[in-house]
Design a protein around this ligand. Structure first.
Ligand code: B12
Length: 231
């Protein structure tokens, strides 16, 4: 099967193919697949499709509406392509999606943890993976430097109003993330901007600014995050 066939089938859903790799035993892919193709959101298509399917505002307030929508659109695609669908939200234990994403070669670890894409910046995420028993050709994105390498200011590290990121002891590893401090802030009146429009540290990143999530999507993700943390 051609990689382009997979891209086309996935694109019909609003999701997008985010690279592929040939896993080894150390990658922890269940069932020992030969090829894994990652699927995610990058650009506005997923949110448009999700919002059209689920309606505006509080109609999206079920327990896991985005996860349910993802299963609903991706499982039929996997079936049609003869693949197994795996999801990042099923767990714990969770499948190591960030490790898998690093294996595609298209993204790098940012100083605050989430992976950075040279085009989409921090404004992309993973929604599933398609595991194939056959070895398929997948594109090699080639070697590229992380955009963070040439970012002298690194505003992501010092923009958080409550200093939830850092300090970094190991400059190769992401800054430690103080989840309770973040949750306390976005639960408070002072944290309305983060809660309503998305994490300020993430929004300070100069890469991929054209793809910053819109207010609806940003608020949805932040509210789900807060709820999941008991806020
Ligand atoms: C649990 C979880 C959380 C917890 C984190 C708890 C904790 N501190 O561990 C909470 C709820 C706090 C959280 C928050 C967020 N998360 Co989260 N989270 C997950 C989840 C479901 C599981 C992570 C996990 O435990 N994996 C298991 C380990 C074994 O997998 P792994 O890939 O090997 O993980 C490794 C990498 O992270 C790696 N790694 C990280 N940095 C580095 C650096 C180097 C140098 C190396 C070598 C490795 C490495 O080390 C981990 C351990 O081995 C993943 C989805 C998934 N299945 O991966 C999303 C995920 C990581 N989260 C994601 C996001 C976007 C967020 C938020 C920004 C959400 C928001 N509110 O907008 C925040 C902010 C987090 C932050 N700043 O780091 C995205 C990241 C996308 C991306 N661009 O990379 C993921 C992949 C989900 C998705 N749908 O795409 N998250």
């Amino acid at each position: 099967m051609e990689y382009g066939t997979i891209q086309d089938a996935v694109a019909e859903t609003g999701l997008v193919v985010r690279g592929g790799f040939h896993p080894g035993a150390e990658d922890g892919v269940p069932g020992g697949a030969e090829t894994v193709v990652l699927v995610g959101n990058a650009g506005p298509a997923m949110w448009d499709a999700f919002a059209a399917a689920t309606g505006p505002g509080d109609r999206k307030d079920g327990p896991n509406p985005l996860d349910d929508w993802t299963r609903g659109v991706l499982a039929p695609v996997a079936g049609a392509l003869g693949a197994r669908a795996l999801y990042p939200f099923e767990g714990p234990p969770y499948f190591p999606f960030q490790r898998w994403a690093l294996r595609t070669g298209g993204v790098n670890v940012s100083p605050i943890g989430p992976l950075i894409d040279p085009e989409f910046g921090l404004w992309h995420a993973y929604r599933g993976a398609l595991a194939f028993d056959q070895r398929l050709e997948v594109p090699d994105p080639g070697s590229h430097l992380s955009p963070c390498e040439s970012c002298a200011e690194k505003p992501c590290l010092d923009t958080c109003p409550v200093g939830a990121f850092g300090p970094r002891e190991d400059p190769e590893a992401p800054a430690p993330y103080d989840i309770p401090a973040c949750v306390a802030h976005i639960s408070s009146v002072d944290g309305e901007d983060c809660l309503g429009r998305g994490c300020l540290a993430r929004r300070s990143c100069p890469v991929g600014r054209d793809y910053i999530y819109g207010v609806d999507q940003a608020h949805f993700h932040m509210r789900r995050f807060l709820k999941a943390q008991g806020g």
